[in-house]
Write a protein that binds this ligand. Structure first.
Ligand code: NAD
Length: 471
């Protein structure tokens, strides 16, 4: 497994855990100076973050290749353009978002100002995951900056090259008092979580999410938890099978299945399963050639530990497609498993790799029952051309998000919130939802000294009488 690293930071000094209070205090002092309340300052920092992206695209692609053997196209689409678009969207809308809201007023407050003022929380901790190491760290960072917070970013130690790159670049581009990168693995994160933050934004596994929430509880720190889970696909026989199969396999094969919203398993009839299997062989040959392992477009599994866990699933059910592995490269081919039983180990935890089990169900009702008897998924994919059936499934399954007749694409809609529910997380972000996540909405009533208003309201003062409370 990748060793733990501590990257360059604080003008070249590598911070030890004992320096965390000092780093956090530095951010707190910067926040209290009021600098980040200035919207122009926030815009400048967001523009610098954009410039960081524009001037270091090649270094980012190289770091992603080193960590995950990510292809250039996947890096550009999901780690670079995605983040740049999110930042540009914030820059375009920030002046609107920051305006105090003016909710409707009741008759009692007709002469008053009733406002919802937007306050940044203060110093926020953002913890990233390794699978999309840049996107999952920097989209929340952009949201926290837009909302006027100072940030301590803790990238995942597993994607070491990307963590080092962020630790090197962020102090070069962003304000060094307001924004900090702290590196390290579990021992360092454990220490970091003992500190007091004003908000914690965590992306990663459900198990660690519980640890983060428990730590946050000590200081009553609010949290957003972007977690994982098993995202099911329901597919019936009404769809355009050629397109549907490509869309499902694409969602599974990107990043070699190491995507939090990757289709985890398929629920369908035996007939549909056979169609999927025969088409999948053809699609994989088209995409990856005769020797899939040689394709530059297919990623590798991030560590030996993750590789061994996934290989353990290959004897669940029967291999219908793929099933090849190469430990020396941590390669697992795109694989479809059939005859999988709900009790098999592969159906007990999030797969997070390129293995796609199929479980047979005979009706949408049976699919609903299967899903709702398990933890709530982060995404639910419905492939059906029957709108009544889609409605039934949308209304009866609770999931973080839903995408019909495609996979992953709902995440790219910048007006939709992205987040989980139940075990797949709490809170949401992207676009204005990131801004809202990192903003405390402060109720604000501004009264005046108008004598008429005072006369009307004076019945609240003692001496009390029944007359005053008879309406
Ligand atoms: P992880 O939970 O193992 O690690 C994430 C972070 O937690 C890292 O920074 C790590 O240092 C820290 N950490 C790990 N163990 C810890 C401990 N015991 N105490 C304190 N901190 C600890 O997650 P991962 O392996 O990086 O990511 C995989 C999981 O993340 C999957 O479940 C996936 O679905 C989920 N995920 C969710 C999203 C989302 O947006 N909802 C995105 C990507 C990944």
């Amino acid at each position: 497994d990748t060793p733990l690293t501590m990257g360059p930071q604080l003008n070249g000094k590598i911070p030890s855990t004992s320096s965390y209070p000092e780093i956090i205090q530095k951010a707190r002092d910067a926040f209290q100076s009021g600098r980040t309340r200035d919207v122009t300052f926030r815009e400048q920092q967001l523009k610098k973050l954009l410039r960081l992206y524009e001037e270091n695209t090649d270094a980012m692609i190289a770091a992603l290749a080193a960590d995950l053997r990510k292809s250039k196209q996947e890096s550009v689409l999901f780690e670079i353009e995605f983040v740049k678009n999110d930042i540009k969207h914030s820059l375009l809308n920030l002046r609107e978002w920051v305006k105090p809201e003016k909710p409707p007023k009741g008759i009692v407050n007709l002469m008053d100002e009733v406002l919802i003022h937007h306050d940044p929380f203060g110093v926020v901790l953002i913890m990233g995951a390794w699978n999309y190491p840049l996107q999952l760290a920097l989209v929340p960072v952009a949201g926290a900056i837009a909302a006027g917070n100072c940030v301590i970013l803790k990238p995942s130690e597993v994607s070491e090259a990307c963590a080092n790159l962020m630790a090197e670049l962020i102090p070069k581009y962003l304000d060094q008092d307001c924004y900090h990168v702290v590196q390290g693995g579990i021992p360092e994160t454990t220490e970091l979580l003992k500190e007091r933050f004003d908000y914690i934004f965590y992306t990663g596994s459900t198990n660690v999410g519980k640890i983060v929430r428990a730590a946050a509880n000590e200081h009553l720190t609010p949290v957003t938890l972007e977690l994982g889970g098993k995202s099911p696909v329901y597919i019936d026989d009404t769809v355009n099978m050629d397109i549907a199969v490509r869309r499902i396999l694409w969602g599974k094969c990107i990043n070699a299945g190491q995507t939090c919203i990757a289709p985890d398993y398929i629920l369908c009839s035996k007939d549909v399963e056979q169609e999927i299997v025969s088409r999948a062989k053809q699609v994989f040959r088209e995409w990856y050639g005769d020797n899939w392992k040689n394709s530059p477009d297919f990623c590798r599994i991030v560590t030996d530990r993750h590789f061994r866990r996934l290989v353990g699933f290959l004897n669940n059910g029967k291999i219908a497609v793929g099933g090849d592995t190469d430990e020396s490269e941590r390669y697992i081919s795109p694989t479809i498993l059939v005859d999988v039983k709900p009790s098999d180990p592969i159906m007990q935890e999030e797969i997070f790799g390129p293995i796609l089990p199929v479980v047979n169900v005979e009706s949408p009702e049976e699919a609903i029952k299967f899903i709702v008897n398990r933890e709530k998924p982060l995404a639910f994919y419905i492939f059906s051309d029957n709108s009544q059936r889609r409605k039934l499934l949308i209304e009866n399954v609770s999931s973080g998000g839903i995408c019909c007749n495609d996979t992953l694409m709902h995440v790219g809609v910048d007006t939709l919130p992205f987040g989980g529910v139940g075990n797949s997380g709490m809170g949401a972000y992207h676009g204005v939802y990131s801004y809202n996540t990192f903003t405390h909405k402060k109720s604000c009533l501004v009264k005046n000294y108008n004598p008429l208003g005072e006369k009307i309201a004076s019945s609240r003062y003692p001496p009390y009488s029944d007359k005053k409370t008879t309406f």
